[in-house]
Write a protein that binds this ligand. Sequence first.
Ligand code: NAI
Length: 480
Amino acid sequence: ALTATDFKVADLSLAEFGRKEIRLAEHEMPGLMQTREEFADAQPLKGARIMGSLHMTIQTAVLIETLVDLGAEVRWVSCNIFSTQDHAAAAVVVGRDGTPEDPRGVPVFAWKGETLEEYWWCTEQALNWPGHGGPNMILDDGGDATMLVHKGAEFEKAGAVPDPSTAESEEFRVFLTLLQRSLQEDPQRWTNIAADIKGVSEETTTGVHRLYQLAETGDLLFPAINVNDSVTKSKFDNLYGCRHSLVDGINRAVDVMLAGKTAVVCGFGDVGKGSAESLRAQGARVIVTEIDPICALQASMQGYQVLTLEDVIETADVFITTTGNKDIIKAADMARMKHQAIVGNIGHFDNEIDVAGLEATPDIKKINIKPQVDEYVFSDGHSVILLSEGRLLNLGNATGHPSFVMSNSFTNQTIAQIELWTKNDEYDKKVYVLPKHLDEKVARLHLDAVGVKLTELTPDQAAYIGVPVNGPYKPDHYRY
Ligand code: NAI
C-alpha cells in the first residue's frame, strides 16, 4: 500500500474511470502489451528505480504499468503543468489491485493545472526515493528532471548557491528557488543522486537537444538514449500524432470553423509537417514559415505557401508554433493580428510565444474564457485568443496523441530502459540512438493491429540489395 503522503494527484475517486480508459488503451498499444509478454519471465528491469517525467496521460499509464511488469519500481510526474489527465494519475496511484481507500499502485505527483512552484515540487518529490536517496534511472520528456539533477550537481561541485533574482524567466526563477533551498538542506544531494543514475532515455526533440549540448561540453553525468530519433518515434509520434492532436486541441478549446480560414504553421519539421496536414485536412489554407531551406522547399513541394510571419501577421486567422525555438511570435506581433486570431504552440516549451510580453503590457486586458483558453484584449479593442498559456496545446487543450502512436514511442522508451539498465557497461556518458533492428522491431509489433501484410525478401533478393533477409533493411543514414 502507498502512504497518503507518498503521492499527490487531484482526486483518487477518478481512478475507476481512468482504469476503464487504460483498459481500452491497452488494446490500442500492441507494442507495449507484447513487450510485457516477451519479458514477463525475464524481469529485465528488476532493481531499476525509474523516475519518470512525462505527461501523465492514459497512454503513459500503460507505459508505467509496463515498466512495473518488467520488474521496475517507478515514481512519476508530468513534464508540463497542463498535460496531466487526472483520471489517469488516479488510476496509476490506485493501481490494478488497490482502491481509492487503499492505493497500491505507483507514486505519482501530478495534476492538471499545477503552478510552476508545484511543478518543480512534484519533480523533486519523484526524485526523492524513500530509503535510497534517488532513482537509478530517469525516463524524461523535455529534460527537466535531467536538468534538475545536472544543475544541482553543477552548483554543488562549484560550491555555489543559485541566485533566483538572476533568472531570465519566471520558470527559471522558480527552478533556481527550489535548487537554492535544496542545496541549503543538503549540499551533496544532487551529486549523490547523479552518481546513482545509470542512464536516461529521452522522449522529445527539445530534451534530446539539451542532452547533446551536455555531451558536447563533457558535462553529461550518465549515458543517454535518444528515443526521439528512433524512426518509429519522431517519424510517427511527432508527425502523425500531431496530425491527430493539433486540431483536436484547437476544436476542444474554441470549436471554431477551420475550413476557409488561413492558418500559419511556424516550423516545418516533423511536428510542423503533421500540424500543417492536420489544418489542411480541415479545409484551412495553410501557410508555413521556415528558416531551413530544405524544410521550406519540402513545404512548398507539399503545396503550402512559404512566407515570413511578417507577411501574414495582419491577415491570418490561426497561428501555430512548432519550432522548439524561442521568440517566434512576439507581443508586438499579436498587437497587429486580426480580431480573435487564435494563437497556440505545440512545441515543447512555452517560450515560442511571448506570453510574458503580453502579461507585462499594462493596457492589455486578459479575460479567461475557460481553463487553458484566454482572450487578450488590446487597447484598440481587438483581441487574440491564446491557448494553454502558450504551452503545448495538444496536451493542454486536448488529451495529446492517441494510444496507437504512443505505443510506438513508448515501446522505444521501454526498450531503451532495458538497454541502459541491463547493458550499462556498454554505454559511455554519451547520447545514443537505438540500433535499427530494434527500431524495425517496434514497427513490426504494430503491423498486425492495422492489418499490414509484409512482403518477405527472397534470399536471392536480399543478397542482390545487400541486406539480411530479416533486416535491418536500411543503412543508418537512410532518412525515410
Ligand atoms: P524539428 O527540428 O524537426 O522541427 C523544428 C523546425 O522548426 C525545424 O525545421 C526548424 O528549421 C524550424 N525553425 C526553427 N526556428 C524557426 C523559426 N524562427 N521560424 C520558423 N521555423 C523555425 O523538431 P520537431 O521534432 O518537429 O519538434 C518541434 C518541437 O515540438 C520540439 O520542441 C519538440 O520537443 C516538440 N514536440 C511536441 C510534441 C507534442 O505532442 N506537442 C510531439 C513531439 C515533439
